[in-house]
Each structure stands twice: as structure tokens, then as C-alpha cells.
Design a protein around this ligand. Structure first.
Ligand SMILES: [Cu+2]
Length: 141
């Protein structure tokens, strides 16, 4: 009896670290995706894993007169947020009509968001620097 008790007492501390690690791993893998700008670069466009989750919000950063990623493919219903990291003001403005995307001039760290409800290809530019352009391709869910 007593030796069994002692063995269990030894086992518990050994299991302790694993018990501590598991919630940490699960917490970072699942759940909300961090808002960091690096996630967009890692995500291959057009990767539509058959997850039944509602569309994850996506980020497009504006850096050095470029939208990154320049082409973003998303399922319908996705919210996309642009963040201007430049010292220059930029806009996110649809080239076609109606102007689905029509931000004001975004100063440094300003954001603009849009939820893409309908499938299609949405091309946009910066009206201040018309050579800047990007597109969002919205696919049916
Ligand atoms: Cu601009």
C-alpha cells in the first residue's frame, strides 16, 4: 500500500510539466489567430481547407507603397482589414463601380475594413499613388 502511494507521488510531478504544456500548445494552435502582419505572408492564397468555421478575418498591410499580399483570395463573408504602415497616407479605393472599397486617406497605423459578402474580383488602388494596386478574389463558400 504505502509503496504504491509513494510511486504515485513520484509519478505526479513527472506528469506535471506535460499537463502544463498541453494547454499552452492548444491555446496557440487553435482559437483566434493573432493580428500580426506576418500571418498574411505565410498563408498561401487560395488555400481553402474544408473547415466549417466562419471565415477568418484577414489582414493586408500597406508597406513601402505596396499592398501585402497584393492578391488575397478569401471565401465570401471574410472581413479584410488594411493597415497602413507607411509614413505616407494611402487609400484603398475600388477601380470599378460601384466603389465597394472607398477608404479615406489612411495615415500611419490607420485601418480600413470591409466584409466581402459577394464572390468576385475586387481590384483597388491608392488614389494618391495610382501605381499602387491590389486585388481581393472572393470565392463562393
Ligand atoms: Cu498611396
Amino acid at each position: 500500500m504505502t509503496s504504491l502511494m509513494r510511486r504515485m507521488l513520484v509519478l505526479i510531478p513527472l506528469m506535471g510539466p506535460m499537463g502544463v504544456m498541453l494547454p499552452g500548445c492548444g491555446g496557440s494552435a487553435g482559437g483566434t489567430i493573432p493580428v500580426g502582419g506576418d500571418t498574411a505572408a505565410n498563408a498561401p492564397p487560395g488555400e481553402s481547407a474544408g473547415k466549417p468555421v466562419s471565415a477568418e478575418p484577414k489582414q493586408i498591410s500597406i508597406d513601402n507603397f505596396k499592398y501585402a499580399p497584393g492578391t488575397l483570395t478569401i471565401p465570401a463573408g471574410t472581413k479584410v482589414t488594411w493597415t497602413n504602415h507607411d509614413d505616407m497616407p494611402h487609400t484603398v479605393t475600388s477601380t470599378g463601380k460601384p466603389k465597394i472599397l472607398n477608404s479615406e486617406a489612411l495615415d500611419t497605423d490607420d485601418q480600413y475594413s470591409h466584409v466581402f459578402a459577394d464572390p468576385g474580383t475586387y481590384i483597388y488602388v491608392c488614389t494618391i499613388h495610382p501605381k499602387m494596386s491590389g486585388q481581393v478574389i472572393v470565392e463562393k463558400r
